[in-house]
Design a protein around this ligand. Structure first.
Ligand SMILES: Cc1cc2nc3c(=O)[nH]c(=O)nc-3n(C[C@H](O)[C@H](O)[C@H](O)COP(=O)(O)OP(=O)(O)OC[C@H]3O[C@@H](n4cnc5c(N)ncnc54)[C@H](O)[C@@H]3O)c2cc1C
Length: 390
């Protein structure tokens, strides 16, 4: 068994790290200052400028096929890069990306939605969650009824990331109530904001915030169906599936940085005449954090590797999302504890991470939903215990 990265993976990781250090991290103090003044940490133009700078460095479209100008990196390489991005709390991501399901677009939709999204000229959001259907996404009610060549959308979506900024939404709607989502009764639509949907910002614990979207007799041309009629839920699950190894990859980057802060603090802070690093209580928190981080790292990289092998990644991705999110919460909690009162202040980013990582246990499938998937795979015999070693 060889746990080493290839030379190419190391080179990509190190170049991403250098870019984040040189170009992104210097913005951190300004991001904190703005967020504390209730402003966005970074504007859309500033993000775009950084992304174009990264493009010169060679980073553009991590998962985007080469025919669309992207890097088309392996899942393992993407995971490594997301860990590097996680080291900074500047709300940064590399440009040149589009939602994975936008590749189901036909040629004219590609020109209108996919390409401008990759180029950063348009912003998308993906909307499946509703006030009455989150974990139970199959229970969505937003309806689309045919009217000539058009469809009329009515209903509400909630907690939609980018929902306030997006100029189009990928919306999963019920097109045949009788069939239900599992029987081909749902469809994905590309819906421009100009077609009439409204959004309202939802204030949350972390920075930024999702939005509620309202569709009141929104008329959508039939040519805006993404994929096939009846394919909506399937596309929705595919969209969500990808985040399950990317989200924890990002989280371990921030945990590595935070843990290093805790180590440095423990080596300088003195109480009762000694460095707090000399106390076993502190040492154990550091040891547990490092051990969990290492375990999470390999679980996540293995999930990414499973994707690269073309194997069904569902089981390993759910384990990495469940474990990665849990570990991130435990580590940031300990890092705050080691910093004492300072950890709780807004002078340091720890309280920001603390608020952010709590989300990881909720969105894109709660802890409980990941457990449901993992246990169901075993109980129904889809996966054997330790079967991935076979
Ligand atoms: C900041 C943020 C961004 C988001 N971005 C998006 C987005 O871009 N697009 C989008 O479509 N959605 C998005 N979501 C929605 C997110 O995916 C849902 O919030 C999540 O799936 C949980 O659904 P819910 O909030 O309705 O909770 P519920 O489904 O109501 O669950 C409540 C609790 O019950 C538990 N539970 C539910 N069913 C079971 C069960 N069978 N067994 C055991 N426990 C159960 C859950 O795990 C949870 O603890 C976002 C949410 C947040 C907070």
């Amino acid at each position: 068994m060889d746990f080493s990265l290839t030379d190419e993976e190391k080179a990509i990781r190190d170049t991403a790290r250098a870019f984040i250090r040189r170009e992104v991290m210097p913005l951190e103090q300004e991001v904190l200052r703005r967020e504390r003044a209730h402003q966005p940490g970074i504007t859309r133009d500033e993000l775009r400028e950084l992304q174009l700078k990264a493009k010169e460095f060679g980073f553009w479209g991590l998962s985007t096929p080469e025919e669309h100008g992207g890097m088309n990196l392996s899942a393992v390489a993407q995971s490594l890069i997301w860990t590097e991005i996680g080291r900074t709390f500047v709300p940064f991501r590399f440009g040149g990306e589009a939602d994975n399901i936008l590749y189901y677009a036909n040629e004219s939709q590609k020109a209108e939605y996919l390409i401008p999204t990759i180029e950063g000229e348009r912003i998308s959001c993906f909307a499946i969650t509703e006030p009455g259907a989150g974990s139970d996404a199959a229970n969505i009610k937003l309806s689309a009824r045919p009217d000539g060549d058009d469809w009329i959308l009515n209903g509400e979506k909630t907690f939609i990331t980018n929902g306030n900024d997006a100029d189009f939404a990928i919306v999963v709607a019920i097109t045949d109530k009788e069939k239900g989502v599992h029987g081909g009764g749902s469809t994905a639509f590309l819906v421009d904001r100009s077609m009439g949907w409204k959004s309202e910002w939802i204030q949350v614990m972390g920075e930024g915030g999702p939005a509620a979207l309202v569709f009141d007799n929104v008329r959508v041309p039939g040519r805006n169906i993404l994929g096939e009629v009846g394919q909506g839920f399937q596309l929705g699950m595919q969209w969500i599936g990808k985040g399950r190894y990317i989200i924890p990859s990002h989280a371990i980057g921030l945990c590595e940085r935070a843990l290093q802060m805790a180590v440095d603090y423990a080596n300088t802070r003195e109480t009762f005449g000694s460095k707090i690093a000399s106390y076993q209580a502190i040492q154990w928190m550091i040891a547990d954090s490092e051990t969990e981080l290492e375990a999470a790292r390999w679980l996540i990289l293995r999930a990414a590797w499973t994707v690269d092998q073309g194997m069904d990644p569902r089981h390993s991705s759910s384990m990495s999302k469940l474990f990665g999110a849990r570990v991130a919460n435990d580590i940031i909690d300990r890092v705050m504890q080691i910093h004492g009162g300072m950890g709780y202040t807004r002078e340091l980013p720890i309280e920001r991470w603390y608020r952010y990582v709590r989300l990881l246990r909720i969105f894109e499938g709660t802890d409980e939903m990941q457990r449901l998937i993992i246990s169901r795979d075993l109980l129904r015999g889809y996966t054997k215990i330790g079967g991935h070693l076979a």
